[in-house]
Design a protein around this ligand. Sequence first.
Ligand SMILES: N[C@@H](CCC(=O)N[C@@H](CS)C(=O)NCC(=O)O)C(=O)O
Length: 193
Amino acid sequence: MSEIIHYQDPQSRAVRTQTLLNFYDIPHQNVLIDIRKGDNKQEDYLKIHPHGRVPALSNDGQVIIESGAITLFLADLYADKMNTPKPGTAQRALLYEWMFFLHASLEPQAMLGFNPETKAKAQSEVRRLLEGMASRLKGPHVLGEQFSLLDVILYTELAWYKAIGLFPDGLEPFEGFMKSHQERMKPALSLKG
Ligand SMILES: N[C@@H](CCC(=O)N[C@@H](CS)C(=O)NCC(=O)O)C(=O)O
């Protein structure tokens, strides 16, 4: 079994990787890097993450940075447990689509949402972007009948958008997805505002 060390702050993008580790009960050691206290800019941590950010994950001594890369790495390492679609399949393409959509297309809106002057625009953009992805959510789970890590990823992300006031009220099929996955996801969700 590999030795995993997760460098995280509960109020950060580490919510993505922490929730995945929690949900699948993956043995790991958590190291708190308190970004509000500046732990992330300490010399020792800069040797781990060259940009001084969280999360970072060490797997048997190999450090991986970027929450998306860590997610995909865990998806491959624990493919059976997470029901990760096989490379080269249409379902695997959906995994890539969702990951890039969430990180590259949607996330910039979250950043704009923190600025009161651009929040309203960010809210309408989040709605527009999610509406565009509605057909990619097969239902009842992201991939259709089978629950997979994609459900964990999407639930975590949308829960965060709800927490920061950017999730469009009542937007289907996402609202229904959140409701039907809440009970299963809540114990693992590592979201602290
Ligand atoms: N694209 C990176 C972004 C990481 C990132 O910016 N993390 C923030 C917290 S959400 C951070 O560590 N900020 C501290 C800083 O930049 O000083 C990822 O997804 O891992």
